[in-house]
Design a protein around this ligand. Sequence first.
Ligand SMILES: *Cc1c(COP(=O)(O)O)cnc(C)c1O
Length: 380
Amino acid sequence: MADAPPSRDAFDTRAVHAGRAVDPATGAVAAAIQPSTTFERAADGSYPRGHYYARVSNPNRLALETALASLEGGQAAAAFASGSAAALAVFQALAPGDHVVCSADAYHGIQRELRELMARWGLATTFVDTTDLAAVRAAFRPATRLLWLETPSNPLLRITDIAAASALAREHGATTVVDNTFATPVLQRPFEFGADLVVHSTTKYLGGHSDVTGGAVVTREDSALFTRIRDAQAIGGAVPSAFDCWLLLRGAATLPVRVRAQCASAGRIAAFLTEHPRVHTVHFPGLDTHPGHALAARQMRGPGAMLALQVRGGEAAALAAVAGTRLFTRATSLGSVESLIEHRATMEGPETRTPRDLIRLSIGLEDADDLIADLERALG
Ligand SMILES: *Cc1c(COP(=O)(O)O)cnc(C)c1O
């Protein structure tokens, strides 16, 4: 499985073939779903087929982990039951007394893990605007072990310079993690810029159909830290089911074509919104007015398919626009085939820093003209 022929090297080819092989026993082209929780030992007590208990490993999870490591260009991956469980495993691999520097607009659930769960374990965190490298530098302490970046960020789509920030982390002996959920490896491969770990909520683009919850940690190279993340996975047990892994591997095959089509539509929708009189700001890295545009062009292979707009008239106008859509589905989450629209501040709760007049869009695979017509109606 892992040893695909060398010609199968380009990204789109790996998306289809990494982690997959024709079943030698049956000739089946699609992988079987293996529900067994336990695996037979040989007479001498060994496990010649590699698996012994499904919490620790199973064939579908191994296939998914092989594919994710290949797509990110990393050495290994560990799949989890959610993106949040993947992030928690990274934090649990640190020790009480350690210090984390984290993007101030990282996913709100990850901020809650640091503020509410890990603070009680003795992990300290400084939240900074990681687009400001001087602020990142100033946040490091002798006990800093981890720099957590999310780029593009949520929901303002701000762009952090992964190469410059990870160089600062290296100077301070800290590991750099990039939450690559929004960009996906189709558009951004953080290991090319010096990151050490990549985290995904595979619930989003990797799965791509709003029907599976999952997460992963991918490592550039084997390390003591990644061994502790594997321990959090195997001992802690927040693992995905065989069926979830099967769905995610199936999603990976179409990831490149989905993301490219979604990016193209997002670009057209961003251009339409920029011209709209009811919209005062559009946050989309593909626009040359976006503060991270030049950096995104260097660091990413496309602007992504997430965008945010701020409307005139404050929260009431934003809620009215969200209520007026027919094709966009009013729901949180992102990265699926159907387009989603969300009033982000009311989703994130009272302590949010997200502007009250902001609407977040996840662009799906519908006809872009239909999506534009729906927004035109809703904003009108
Ligand atoms: C959704 C999301 C997460 C959390 O993932 P879950 O699968 O919902 O636990 C983490 N980071 C980002 C950027 C996300 O969008």
